[in-house]
Design a protein around this ligand. Sequence first.
Ligand SMILES: [Zn+2]
Length: 455
Amino acid sequence: MFQGTRVFVSREATALLGIEGLAVVSVVDVDGVRQVDVVTDDPTAAACPDCGVISEAVKGQVVSSPRDLPYGPASIRLVWHKRRWRCREPLCERSSFTESIPAIPARSRLTSRLRAECGEGIAERFTCVAAGAVHYGLSWRTAHAAYVRHVAATLAAPLPPVTVLGIDEIRRGKIRWVKDPDTGRWVKATDRWLTGLIDAAGDGGLLAHVEGRAAPAIVEWVEAQSDSWRTGIRYVCMDLSASYAKAIRLALPGAVLVADRFHLVRLANDMLTQVRQQATRTGRGRRGRRRDPEWANRRRLLTAHERLTETGFATMWNSLMDQGDLGVDVLYAYTVKELLRDLLALAPTPGTSVPNHSEISHRLWKFNSQAAACDIPAVHRLAATIQNWWPAVEAALTTGYSNARSEGYNRLAKHQGRNAFGFRNTTNQTRRIRWACTRQHRRAAANISEVPAQV
Ligand SMILES: [Zn+2]
């Protein structure tokens, strides 16, 4: 089209397009789409990519149609008329090349600014890669590559210093059941767990996801970090998992183990549910029914005492007392659960002081003596667990550290999964989740404070 002819460039349209190195020749309507014909306006575009010598020998004309950002509500079609040059340098092995400019790299089918915008959009605004791809008119693959490019450097940056490391298990997707071909029984398919490592006290967010829950994988991850990062960790907050405890003893021998107190409350609630179900089975010889008081009150039993209304508590208590031994067992387990909660409530929160030693001993004694005074095996098991993990439980009471934040990260992770309609690729999944769970850290690093809206 433009070969051999002198073209007239529109300075106004070129300024409007705003792609460095391109000049607009014409804008015409082709079937309702604005077609923008452009030529190269960058003397260095004729430099040979191998030897760098600027060529003066045109070999031919090539037309490419890189995608660009939409202009206004509709998109435009960019038609770039570029030249092929011969390299005449005697020592250069390349015979010819097509011109390229930084705004549209060689062999790229989209402009650098579209790639950047799409990557940033998927990282910060769109719910998932597919939504960003549709918006920018790109394939999923191209849009995903743009996103990976946008986040890669940030995610590869060294970890922020962490004083309290949090370890938490996260189920990846739903449990899948497969039929065992030999026995014909349904068994759980492979370990679908991830271990999340978080900055439990700072704003570093989610540091990593490790596949599975086994000690060697966690040890490997910790040992891959720098010496200074590892020695900075003074506490490790976790649920009562033997494999996590083993991993930390191996990889971070100097760190103090802290039992996550929210996980301890969950253990106590599980114990209470077990006792309630067992009581129904032995007392009634069947499963619970809606009219059974222990079944009707199952949610009240798990609710923190201070969050029950007076009537709610009285209704629960009296209706269970009326059931004789069955109800007494359930209420016994309930008081043991509440005494453990009383003990854990000593953990300092911002604004409260560290509990003194005698207060801790007193509440522990109340919990233990209540647990010992009954003959319910599940209650005894809970008391034994607290005893076995006592140094870690005590550390939770004196430091106040917990994995409370990981709940929020798990929620974000699930949210990402739902937006993407599930992930098939674990690398993509962990990348996307980690990006979502380090947003706070990036904000803090960029020192952007959120100003509350003026009322
Ligand atoms: Zn050359």
